[in-house]
Design a protein around this ligand. Structure first.
Ligand code: GDP
Ligand code: IMO
Ligand code: MG
Length: 438
């Protein structure tokens, strides 16, 4: 103990990478527990930018235990490329450990992801096309290939044959694709196995041992609550559970090993891909916020949809995650707006009002935000290092958010860089907080 889970409290890209990197400074282990390389976690430090897809965002802290847990789906090509790139940039990757039970993204998963989206046409989900959904589907169908299978040619081949068997119909357009050749695929994956072998282990035990030592363990979520396959805006979701409860399953620890849950939210809202977004903005203001916030996908480069902060959704995220703290990022992006709107309820198609996140898809698809208007501020925030440095209007905005959601704000992001952060008074005494320097 203690274990701290960091989750996205919106539709992903909230700044989880930056927050994880910050907490990793004092942590002994950093554990990814779900998702795959659909994630793109950015860390900016010392003028350098790091975009991580599979590697836990603690990897820049030399020698720390960095775990890819059993709940993650791993594309071994992406992982080995990421390792090469980190080594090229002289990062010590010796702390990496990979769960032998994590599932592997295979070439056919990516093909099926592409084909599935193409078939949906206008109704497409807008996936990252990284094969995430088909890989989790195979896991549930018990046709998955796991990391441990990379170490045994006979098992690997047998499992690939079994996994491919029910897919040939859907894979017909790719029938001649050399990536589907059984021997070539087996050889490629055995090669990845050789490269990754030294990192493969029983990661659950490693993490439990750390918790027994009273070490600080940070569980790093990917995506966000509203993309959760059970609790998000289904079917416009990812294929895993980005909520905090999944940290236990995806890392192999128990619910009592979690002490704090920090939800990361932007000071406004964004979403990549299709699906309901009740506070979405269009036109000049959306363009302005997109440009100022650099709102282009870390993984796919797609422009992100932009909107006001949705407190109905954030309140929901706080409840399904048991959030104990909020980290509000990108407050700086709102500087210069005369007025800031914040959504406190939805109005449905027939004028019905919703204070709670509606469970019903038809309601949600027609819901539009109703807003409280708050005064904006014009000051540049990048030099602020304590709450008292912030303009009064910014403090008022944050107080409104914390009060509405019922969760204290521990961290405030005022720029992309690692040092552009404010630790709040409320963070004192939290396990994840920085020690007070007096
Ligand atoms: P993640 O997927 O949750 O880790 O988030 P991403 O890395 O995909 O997207 C967040 C983006 O916002 C990245 O480009 C970060 O460098 C940037 N960022 C994080 N915190 C702040 C902040 O407080 N202010 C600004 N302007 N940018 C931030
Ligand atoms: P991080 O960890 C934002 C979105 C995709 C699509 C939907 C399903 O960086 O916050 P998938 O490829 O998972 O089947 O796509 O989920 N999506 C993300 N959006 N940030 C992410 O990760 C995302 N990972 C998936 O855009 O709408
Ligand atoms: Mg991201």
């Amino acid at each position: 103990m203690p274990g701290i889970v960091i989750v996205g409290a919106q539709w992903g890209d909230e700044g989880k990478g930056k927050i994880t990197d910050l907490l990793a400074e004092r942590a002994d282990a950093i554990v990814r527990f779900q998702g795959g390389n659909n994630a793109g976690h950015t860390i900016v430090r010392d003028g350098q930018t790091w975009k991580l897809h599979l590697m836990p965002s603690g990897i820049l802290h030399p020698g720390k235990l960095c775990v890819i847990g059993n709940g993650v789906v791993i594309d071994p090509k992406v992982l080995t490329d990421e390792l090469d790139e980190l080594r090229r940039r002289r990062v010590d990757t010796s702390g990496l450990r990979i769960s032998a039970n994590a599932h592997l993204i295979m070439p056919y998963h990516m093909m099926l992801d592409h084909a599935g989206e193409a078939k949906l046409g206008k109704l497409q989900i807008g996936t990252t096309r990284r094969g995430i959904g088909p890989c989790y589907a195979d896991k549930a169908a018990r046709l998955g290939i796991r990391v441990q299978d990379l170490l045994d040619e006979k098992i690997l081949k047998k499992k690939i044959v079994a996994a491919l068997e029910p897919k040939w119909h859907s894979l017909r357009p790719f029938a001649r694709d050399p990536r589907l050749d059984l021997q070539a695929m087996t050889d490629d994956y055995l090669t990845y196995g050789h490269r990754l072998e030294r990192y493969i282990t029983d990661t659950s035990r490693l993490v439990l041992d750390k918790l027994d030592e009273d070490a600080l363990v940070v569980f790093e979520g990917a995506q966000g609550a509203l993309l959760d396959i059970d609790h998000g805006t289904y079917p416009f979701v990812t294929s895993s559970n980005p909520v905090a409860g999944a940290a236990c399953i995806g890392a192999g620890v128990g619910p009592k090993d979690i002490d704090e849950v920090w939800g990361v939210t932007k000071a406004y809202g964004t979403r990549v891909g299709s699906g309901p977004f009740p506070t979405e903005l269009e036109g000049e203001l959306a363009d302005l916020m997109r440009e100022r916030g650099g709102e282009y996908g870390t993984t796919t480069g797609r422009p992100r949809r932009v909107g006001w902060l949705d407190l109905v959704a954030l309140h929901y995220a706080a409840r399904i995650n048991s959030l104990t703290a909020l980290a509000v990022t990108k407050l700086d992006v709102l500087s210069g707006l005369d007025q800031i709107s914040v959504c406190t309820r939805y109005r449905g198609a027939e004028g019905a009002e919703f204070d709670y996140f509606p469970y019903h898809q038809s309601v949600l698809h027609h819901a539009v935000g109703e807003y409280v208007e708050m005064p904006g501020w014009s000051e540049d925030l990048s030099e602020c290092r304590s709450e008292s440095d912030l303009p009064a209007a910014a403090r008022e905005y944050l107080a409104f958010v914390a009060d509405f959601v019922g969760v204290p704000i521990a961290l405030i992001g005022i720029g992309p860089s690692r040092d552009e952060i404010i630790w709040t008074e409320a963070s004192r005494g939290m396990a994840g907080a920085a020690p007070v320097v007096s």
